[in-house]
Design a protein around this ligand. Structure first.
Ligand SMILES: [Zn+2]
Length: 347
């Protein structure tokens, strides 16, 4: 895997702790950092508020939950001072980012800014009926070697996405890689990345030396890179690792605001650490496949422990992402067992 040859400075946190939920912190003139609660790990999401001449721009919205809705109502009256939210910028279609987007359209008539793939994928997920969703996921995880208990769980769970995202009934203003967006009176360059989601938008402002990195570059963990039933043979890990290079020429002084965790500086050392993390995992997967394994076997070995049923899709997806990477690089082959389950082994 290509390594960045540039000298690497240390990654260092810019704050010692997260602000309280719903209490914005000004991080540049007219730009505020706002955290919102999430019901599961990592427990919070970072969003941005930008002051406009006619109201406010919100970047990412939190998950559609009663807690988040109550907090946004409070922020709207206490912080936004009765001024409307005119723009909502969504980095990607995952529920913790897009969940409340439709609320701003309903409440303020806000415009929705997204990349095309993220808008389309979100619509697809919102519209898929429970029974179809369950059937598609069951078939996919059967081939991965999922246990009967897990397959029953996933089929009965149905469409969980639509319970975490308020239905988006509006079109979008399309965000495209390399374009500039005027937000809070300054220019922000859109840098798109794929792997974690199809066409995630991150935003860089040279004037504020600030990158809103969404889930692409997180301070302590790698984002989940998963294969999903919509594209079972794709190689999202390669896309993710390639996308990381889109950030390697940012100045080292750039302040990185991730969607989860504390803001930090030291983009290149973080990229280096992420590349190394996946390199090690690829090697572990390759070693595990010395004898034929299912995707579920590989996922469990990669993580080194069992996980709860609700976390299994991410764990299996992550295992498959590494397996598909190694298939494309020619180091692993797969074959189908008589019962339809796929087995992976080292060449
Ligand atoms: Zn995400």
């Amino acid at each position: 895997m290509a390594k960045n040859a540039a000298p690497v400075s240390e990654q260092s946190s810019l704050f010692s702790s997260l602000p309280d939920f719903g209490q914005p912190v000004e991080i540049a003139p007219g730009v505020f950092w706002l955290t919102l609660p999430l019901p599961g790990p990592p427990g919070h999401i970072n969003t941005l508020l930008l002051r406009e001449s006619t109201g406010w721009t919100v970047i990412d919205t939190g998950m559609f939950t009663p807690d988040t809705a109550a907090l946004w109502r409070q922020v709207a009256s206490d912080v936004l001072a009765g001024e409307p939210v005119c723009n909502v910028v969504i980095t990607h279609c995952h529920p913790d980012h897009i969940g409340m987007a439709a609320w701003f359209a309903e409440e303020f008539g806000a415009e929705l800014y997204m990349s095309r793939s993220e808008w389309l994928f979100s619509q697809f997920l919102l519209l898929l009926p429970d029974a179809e969703f369950g059937k598609i996921f069951r078939a996919f995880y059967h081939d991965c070697g999922g246990s009967p208990e897990f397959l029953n769980y996933i089929e009965q769970r149905g469409n969980q996405y639509s319970s975490m995202v308020m239905p988006v009934r509006q079109g979008h203003k399309r965000l495209v890689d390399g374009h500039y967006l005027k937000l809070g009176g300054t220019n922000w360059r859109t840098i798109t990345a794929s792997g974690h989601s199809p066409e995630m938008v991150t935003l860089y402002c040279s004037e504020h030396e600030l990158l809103f990195a969404a889930d692409q570059i997180l301070p302590g963990i790698s984002p989940n890179i998963s294969v999903w039933p919509s594209e079972p043979e794709e190689n999202p890990l390669k896309e993710y690792l390639t996308s990381l290079q889109n950030y390697s020429d940012l100045p080292e002084t750039t302040r990185i605001f991730p969607s989860h965790g504390l803001p930090f500086q030291g983009v290149r050392s973080r990229i280096e650490a992420l590349l190394q993390h996946h390199d090690e995992r690829l090697q572990r997967v390759l070693d595990a496949c010395a004898t034929p394994r299912t995707a579920v076997d590989v996922a469990r070995m990669m993580l080194g422990r069992d996980v709860e049923l609700y976390q299994m899709p991410f764990t299996i997806g992550e295992g498959l992402a590494h397996l598909n990477y190694l298939i494309e690089s020619g180091e692993i082959v797969k074959e189908r067992r008589a019962d339809g389950v796929l087995l992976y082994r080292r060449r």
